[in-house]
Design a protein around this ligand. Sequence first.
Ligand code: SF4
Length: 444
Amino acid sequence: MQETEIKPDRHTKEKTKVGNYFVSNYPPFSFWKEDDIPCVESMLNSPTPGTEPLGIYYHVPFCRKRCHFCYFRVYTDKNSKDVRRYLSATMKELKQYADAPYFKDRKPKFVYFGGGTPSYLSAQQLAELTDQMKAIIPWDEAEEVTFECEPGTLTEKKLEAIKNFGVTRLSLGVENFDDHILETNGRAHRSEKVYTAYELARKIGFENINIDLIAGMLEETDENWSECIDRTLELEPDCVTIYQMEVPFNTTIYKNMKEAGRLSAPVADWPQKRQWVTEAFSRLEEAGYSITSTCTAVKNPETTKFVYRDRLWSGADMIALGVASFGHLGGIHYQNLTHFDQYCEAMENSTPVIRRALMTTEEERFIREFILQWKLGKVNREYFEKKFDVDLEERYGKLFQNWKEMGDLIKDGDEYGLSRDALLRVDSKLHDLFLPQHQDSRYV
Ligand code: SF4
């Protein structure tokens, strides 16, 4: 097994404190504002950019149970009437986009069903929903359709329905294989359901199955984590995604911490979590997997792609559907209203559904792609020169030298890569690349 030195990370201060640690977009959400909402409207009325890549993100905000580490906008108390109301609101939203001049003659290259729990919907609801979506904007050019599942919600009938409407990438939220840990962390499923769902998904013929794991859940141990890796290797998924546990404000874990007057979360510290991911990556590599980002290992990188991530991280347009959903159109970020009733009412009454937006500058768009692509472990000088007319060496030469001296950066021709240790703490390094006005923002 390859030895990786786990270095300290100056931003995390090592203990797991409350807050969002991972960088998922840029500029930080706290800079998005109501004033920029009209920019989205004008973009929608502007001429179509033709072949520019386009995707659709569909947010399903329902879950069987709220996990203690969850900070998403999810609902565990909605009945079938509420679900029907939501589905028709989202279809009205999609129709509005389809009618906009900006989307004339454009079809999605990727579709992503995220949550919440998309697999919370019944087979019939899913079939009806996706038939309607395709009738509004056909998916026949989609290179990938991803669908997130909670293993305990899957049946053979539902998996067949999911396959039938065109899902090419099935993502299973396994998180851990130990029932006690799953229970302690508030997960709705148990490990038995993982095996049943996985076996059925293979039998039905899904070719790209991803398994999500979390390193550092409440009560995780060295021994249990090694077992989680054993179980994962036995299943031989096409892709494994490993998140390091973060504890944002809007979580049950934080609520309990606050009540107990604790400053740090009762989960492993950051070096321990990086150690666990390092162990998992090394064992996956020994089994023939390739590490393709800060959190993913892929069995066959030639055939197993992640189009949603790669397109999004290279600036593709993405329509956001549903409550609290995030989208990106022509360089404008936006987010929908964040409460169920507010969102549904806005669609029903044909009033604005966007809560905040940000018209980015060319420089911010460059930085956004630059930081997101670092999460893949490498960036290419020629790509940024061609697309943004920015010479990375000229702009960041000093910083790169510094990263090199720390042993974090490896340069190979036009390509700049990160050491394994630096890749696992890349999110904290990315703050160095933010514009000065965004540097202090921890919520990104
Ligand atoms: S299943 Fe996912 S979205 Fe639902 S509560 Fe758990 S972490 Fe949140």
